[in-house]
Design a protein around this ligand. Structure first.
Ligand SMILES: [Zn+2]
Length: 257
């Protein structure tokens, strides 16, 4: 017995990742502005931009993390695995809120997704071992994939960590502590190493190599082409036979020839 199914009619789920201050939201918005309205993706704000107006379970969970971390810009409260599960719950909630858009065929761009959780939390679990952090980041992505499908495409915007620190400090009108600067440096390296483990899902914009115009062009092209040959989006806990969360297509078994 083998199986066959058609490409899904849904829109692609895309994430934009990278350090605070690397310019991912700015560049992604510039890219989205180049895409005509009928095909223009929905942009889902990243955590740090959700301070006003939004309500719901995801925001309540984020509020709990903010309270527990007492102003830490990376939402660290000293219990990395518990934080991980809450962050994954938020990202699951985010997916639930955009399923209708995906079902309608619209692309959705998440500002940060499960890769940020994997990178930051694995660094907390392995503060002195970058190789172990990489392995744990991959394991955390596998854990995340058990709760929600991973993005079809992840765009990593990267740069010298020092440049990102300067931009983030200017934008947020704050001065990071030396420990926070060091954490961002380690996160920068781990994002790049993690991206290299999955070239099928990741596309990398390196701001040391391209200017803003080129970066926005690249991102717009990747967003446009992400909708080719999408597979169905299935509830991970229900297995491969589960109907698609968007088009409701089930895997159609056919007899072996
Ligand atoms: Zn489908």
């Amino acid at each position: 017995m083998t199986t066959v199914h058609s490409p899904c009619t849904r829109g692609p789920l895309i994430s934009a990742e990278g350090l605070n201050g690397v310019g991912k939201t700015y560049l992604t918005n510039r890219a989205i502005d180049r895409i005509p309205v009928p095909d223009r993706p929905l942009m889902l704000d990243e955590f740090s931009e959700r301070r006003h107006g939004r309500q719901g379970l995801g925001e309540d969970l984020l509020h709990a993390l903010r309270e527990a971390s007492a102003g830490d810009p990376f939402l660290r409260s000293g219990t990395p695995m518990a934080e991980t599960l809450l962050l994954l719950a938020i990202k699951r909630h985010d997916l639930d809120t955009v399923l209708d858009y995906l079902t309608s065929g619209r692309a959705v761009v998440e500002g940060r997704s499960v890769d940020t959780t994997a990178v930051c939390q694995s660094l907390l679990l392995h503060p002195d071992d970058s190789d172990a952090a990489l392995v744990t980041a991959q394991n955390l992505l596998a854990l995340a994939a058990g709760y929600r499908p991973l993005p079809d495409l992840t765009i990593l915007v990267t740069d010298d960590a020092d440049q990102a620190v300067v931009r983030a400090q200017h934008r947020d009108q704050r001065v990071f502590t030396p420990e926070q600067v060091a954490f961002m440096g380690r996160a920068c390296t781990l994002f790049e190493r993690l991206a290299a483990t999955d070239p099928g899902r990741y596309r990398v914009v390196d701001r040391r190599l391209v200017d803003e115009l080129e970066a926005a062009d690249l991102i717009a092209t990747w967003i446009r082409t992400a909708r080719a040959n999408l597979s169905c989006l299935r509830e991970p806990l229900l297995g491969v036979q589960a109907p698609c969360l968007c088009c409701t297509q089930s895997v159609a078994p056919i007899s072996a020839l």
